[in-house]
Design a protein around this ligand. Structure first.
Ligand code: 2P0
Length: 404
């Protein structure tokens, strides 16, 4: 974990993307990032999507610096500052004596004891069409570097609310908590990544454009103006959290899929109920919704579910035995424009022919190029520490290589 130079420390971590099946939308405390309702998500496998962060700590650094995808960013961003502040506070709390500080930081030189150690962070995002935050790998890597143990929800949450659910693999809930200081607003795994091995995830990339209304501002307006959001948070979500947990624990796909779609639809209904309204779905998103319902109707059961976040891309949940047929249905409805061979990324999916009955049931006017590409993936583990020093994104001088 630590680099070769005894006075320095360098840690590289990766963290996964998570997709909410019970959505978080709205804060009761903007500064601490505390939500108005609990939420529940599925952690995606890092073989297909991940963020990587290297943290370096050295006695030679005179200031904090951060690079994102090779470009230096403003280290004064409030959320990054919150992450750094929380990590250092935890470190200082756990290290009251010089001896324990030395113990926590291994070989870090003694004359730094009692002073705040400067950190450098470098993040890179791999294949990230969804909203991906470097908050979790940053929080995780910082915690590893500073030797902070225990729950990191508080640190990760302050980088980005939904990011705290990426602290664990498998199926994760973010409990809204009740305390004003947010100490009980934490992420918790409800089932590990190997719990439901047949579950598959398809990300249908509709548009990689930047979203029109950012989540942070969007949810502020919704909290102020949407009566439906208030009703949802108080009267709908508590029951749905229990029901979704049951569906996952019992591997009840029909229940899981229907509730996932209903919760996505209600989240987008609260966006439309916001004033002025927010609209994240586009025509292609609505065609995907229609495709899923027609596919399920044809089969006489719920075999596929969609969910949409603060953008037009669809995330599809299905089971292993349905992936190939549904991918063929997407190809049929959205014929790839020019990149037929690059249409499918990630897990291998065998090509299959659609039956004439299914084609007739889908009854679609093909929309060429509507879906740019698909990423096929599955449920995966939580953040990982990379042991190989070749994985570091910062060189021995603490700077990112020029070609990053
Ligand atoms: C979610 N989303 O549960 C919901 C569904 C988008 C739609 O959490 O302000 O980027 O950093 O707490 O976490 C996006 O919101 O917002 C989000 P902040 P965040 O995944």
């Amino acid at each position: 974990m630590a680099s070769e130079k005894p006075q320095d420390l360098m840690v590289t971590c990766t963290a996964p993307v998570n997709i909410a099946v019970i959505k978080y939308w709205g804060k009761r405390d903007e500064a601490l990032i505390l939500p108005i309702n609990s939420s529940l998500s599925v952690t995606l496998h890092q073989d297909q999507l991940k963020t990587t962060t290297t943290v370096a700590i050295s006695k030679d650094f005179t200031e904090d610096r951060i690079w994102l995808n090779g470009r230096e960013e403003d280290v004064g961003q409030p959320r990054l500052q919150a992450c750094l502040r929380e990590t250092r506070r935890s470190w200082e709390l756990r290290a009251q004596t010089p001896e324990s500080q030395l113990c926590l930081l291994g070989n870090l030189v003694s004359h730094k004891v009692g002073r705040t150690l400067q950190a450098e962070l470098c993040s890179t995002l791999t294949l990230a069409p969804a909203s991906v935050s470097p908050a979790v790998p940053s929080a995780y890597a910082l915690a590893q570097a500073y030797g902070v143990e225990g729950d990191l929800s508080e640190v990760a949450r302050q980088g980005s609310g939904s990011a705290c659910r990426s602290l664990y693999g498998g199926f994760v809930e973010w409990q809204m908590g009740e305390q004003a200081d947010g100490k009980d607003s934490i992420a918790r795994q409800i089932a590990p990544e190997w719990h439901w091995p047949q579950l598959r995830v398809l990300i249908l990339v509709v548009s990689a454009d930047k979203k029109q209304t950012g989540s942070t501002v969007g949810m502020q307006t919704s909290v102020k103006t949407s009566a439906l959001l208030k009703f949802r948070a108080e009267s709908v979500v508590p029951e749905r959290m229990k029901e979704m947990t049951r569906c996952i624990q019992e591997q009840d796909f029909q229940g899981f899929a229907q509730l996932t779609m209903k919760d996505s639809n209600q989240f987008h209904a609260t966006c439309l109920d916001t004033f002025p309204p927010i609209s994240y779905l586009n025509d292609t998103s609505r065609r995907i919704i229609q495709l899923v319902h027609r596919f399920n109707t044809h089969h006489g059961q719920t075999k596929v579910a969609y969910t949409f976040d603060a953008g037009p891309n669809a995330v599809i949940f299905t089971l292993e035995d349905t992936v190939a047929e549904f991918v063929a249905a997407v190809r049929h409805s959205f014929p790839p424009a020019a990149n037929g061979d690059k249409f499918l990324k990630g897990l291998q999916v065998a090509p299959v022919l659609l039956s004439d009955e299914l084609k007739a049931a889908l009854a679609v006017e093909p929309s060429p190029g509507g879906v740019q590409y698909i990423i096929a993936t599955q449920v995966g583990p939580g953040p990982q520490v990379l042991d190989n020093t070749h994985d570091h994104l910062l060189g021995p001088d603490g700077l990112p290589p020029r070609d990053l």
